[in-house]
Design a protein around this ligand. Sequence first.
Ligand code: GAR
Length: 223
Amino acid sequence: MTGRSNGAQPKRTAVLISGRGSNMAALVRAAEQPDFPAEIALVLSNRADAPGLDFAKEHGIPTLVLSHKDYSDRVAFDAALDAHLKAEGIEIVCLAGFMRLLTPWLVERWRDRMINVHPSLLPSFKGLHTHERALEAGVRVHGCTVHFVRAEMDEGPIILQAVVPIEADDTPDALADRVLAQEHVIYPKGLELLASGRLTVAEERVLIEGARGGLAPLVLPVV
Ligand code: GAR
């Protein structure tokens, strides 16, 4: 563990991925900055071929592949996952494109210590294909959300959101690119807020210490 100039130890954080891992990379880069309050101590994938694993290795981060195919059911997989996180002394878990539904048992064990990034302005467009669905719905603004994880998919107290306006000639791919760029901005900010102890959850709403009214600043796109 590296020490920080303010004397606090960075929070040992695991990032769970299933594929590309660009959000994981954004978290890793942020945590490489001096005085970031979290260190990425483990990158775990449920797929051995997840491209993100190479990035983690290149950055000297311990990686682990835990294939769900090696376990009889979700309960067994989640128990093994939890045991690994515990063995590594993990304090915070970041889901970053981890395409596995977690059992309520695991989610509860990590309550208010497990966060996720989702490519929509929740609670709109939970699930997959969010960009196509946003365009189909004709919404004027889309975006992304960092939130605490709860048992229901893509649910939980909202920490940060970034807004991405829809353009007249938008395509799902173009929109996805602009949203992803904002995910890479707000996910490290969300981890920073959590790891520095500035977040409180009261009645399933997030209060941010030091923020006006405890409310998250709305992150607007840089245009
Ligand atoms: C990201 O867009 C993330 O928001 C999304 O998967 C992608 C993973 O990309 N997650 C979800 O949809 C969760 N419900 P990445 O592997 O490059 O970070």
